[in-house]
Ligand binder design. Structure first.
Ligand SMILES: Nc1nc2c(ncn2[C@@H]2O[C@H](COP(=O)(O)OP(=O)(O)OP(=O)(O)O)[C@@H](O)[C@H]2O)c(=O)[nH]1
Ligand SMILES: [Mg+2]
Length: 436
């Protein structure tokens, strides 16, 4: 089994510099074999200038990082050559053909870092997210998040471990420790842990749009100008606009970036009753989009005098912004929302600004979670702790209580990778790219 791995670390395509990265015990031997002149004494982290002598020759640098002071924790070599895909591929082939190294799997460098204790699972996830950062938030904030989340989980773990200790003592020495006092003693700790978990989970629900983009759904009755607004936002005729009610029968999405946040605007079929099959299916889809929206723009036009929200969307009130369109036709009276003319592109910028303000008000410094996986693991811990509290109201034996808290502990450990399974690793490393 060949343990040394090699891959191109820079993105596919041409660039000024391209890096081929090696990790494993044979790294230095490979450098010795292909790089000339090869220095007599090698210093950790120093760049050496010379030539890579393979089927293609190229001038550049190589650098050696000695274990454990490298990204993966193993001996690592990087060749910094010219960023031509042809050169880099032939360098990798030369190295693989030498029999000293094999091609790395996607994410394998980071996986090695994880297994060698250089980083934890949360940090591995952060690396992948930072690599694919698409906006300011992801790039700036994520680098701090992994430390925050790990710290949060460790603090919580410590508290629960203390509680488990009380319960275990009551199980071991029932004569000294009253079983009911052991449960009572752990109640405030479980309560407090649950509170902090709830807070972190709630903030995630409000801020997850920063990772995947905020979904803004444009809804309303047929013909009010929803598709016209989508087109105004897109800056081109994305959706078909006609004066026939029921023109849009499917959801149409347009992605834009505004002040560093990604927004996906979704135009939907106008909501009305008793239509044909296609339109009804479209309307059903509109309702689905509404459920999934981070924010809803509910649109009226100046033909209407009743500006109340329909029954079906009223319960989503907290995230609805009312918009009235076609103000070029007449001035809406008594309307307490945003006034626009999609056709004349009037007020559309103010609308975008309002949408942006809605999201920028959310305080994401409180957010610790940045993947679904982390969310589900913490949520499982939360559910178990809630269960503990309800059971404790009746009668909870220390054995059962301890088993529950251990289950919560395990969920917490799975967040930072102290407990890992193949499915956890797959979910973290499944979308890594080569060379990372
Ligand atoms: N005067 C005026 N007409 C508008 C304005 N916005 C849209 N319209 C017109 O209103 C009609 C309907 O516009 P659409 O954008 O297709 O409306 P919709 O809400 O998408 O309609 P459905 O897809 O049927 O639900 C078209 O004839 C548009 O030209 C506006 O600001 N002013
Ligand atoms: Mg439409």
């Amino acid at each position: 089994m060949i343990n040394t791995i090699v891959a191109i670390a820079t993105p596919p395509g041409k660039g000024g510099v391209g890096i081929v990265r090696l990790s494993g015990e044979k790294s230095l031997d490979i450098a010795k074999r292909f790089f000339s002149p090869f220095p007599k004494e090698i210093e950790h982290g120093r760049m050496y200038f010379g030539r890579f002598l393979g089927r293609v020759e190229d001038t550049g640098y190589f650098v050696f990082f000695k274990s454990p002071k490298s990204y993966t924790g193993e001996d690592t070599v990087e060749f910094h050559l010219h960023g031509s895909p042809y050169i880099l591929y032939s360098v990798v082939s030369d190295i693989v053909d030498s029999g000293f190294a094999r091609l790395a799997e996607p994410g394998e460098f980071t996986k090695k870092a994880l297994f060698n204790g250089k980083i934890n699972l949360v940090e591995a996830e952060a690396i992948n997210t930072i690599i694919s950062a698409e906006n300011q938030y992801q790039a700036n904030v994520l680098s701090n998040l992994s430390g925050k989340l790990s710290g949060f989980v460790l603090r919580l773990k410590e508290k629960l471990t203390n509680s488990i200790a009380y319960l275990e003592a009551a199980i071991e020495y029932p004569e000294e420790e009253e079983t009911s006092t052991a449960i009572e003693k752990s109640l405030p700790i479980v309560n407090e842990s649950l509170k902090s978990l709830n807070k972190v989970l709630d903030v995630y629900k409000k801020t997850r749009y920063l990772l995947k983009g905020a979904k803004i759904v444009i809804a309303g009755k047929p013909n009010v100008g929803k598709s016209s607004l989508l087109n105004a936002i897109a800056g081109f005729e994305r959706a078909i606009v006609t004066d026939i009610p029921g023109t849009t029968t499917d959801s149409i999405e347009v992605d834009i970036e505004y002040k560093g946040i990604k927004f996906s605007f979704v135009d939907t079929a106008g909501i009305r009753e008793g239509q044909g099959k296609i339109e009804s299916l479209g309307i059903e889809r509109s309702f689905k989009e509404l459920q999934d929206a981070d924010l809803i723009l509910y649109m009226f036009d100046t033909d209407y005098s009743d500006y109340s929200l329909p029954q079906e969307v009223r319960h989503l009130n907290f995230k609805i912004v009312k918009v009235i369109n076609k103000i070029d036709l007449r001035e809406p009276l008594g309307f307490d929302g945003i006034k626009i003319s999609a056709k004349l592109n009037k007020g559309v910028n103010d609308l975008l600004e309002t949408v942006f303000q809605y999201f920028s008000k959310i305080d994401f410094s409180e957010n610790y979670i940045f993947s679904q996986r982390q969310y589900f693991a913490l949520n499982r811990a939360k559910v178990v702790l809630e269960h503990f509290l309800t059971e404790a109201e009746n009668e909870l034996f220390p054995e059962v209580g301890s088993a529950m808290l251990n289950e919560a502990l395990e969920s917490l450990e799975s967040v930072i990778g102290e407990v890992t399974t193949d499915s956890i690793l797959d979910s973290v490393f499944g979308n890594f790219c080569l060379g990372k």
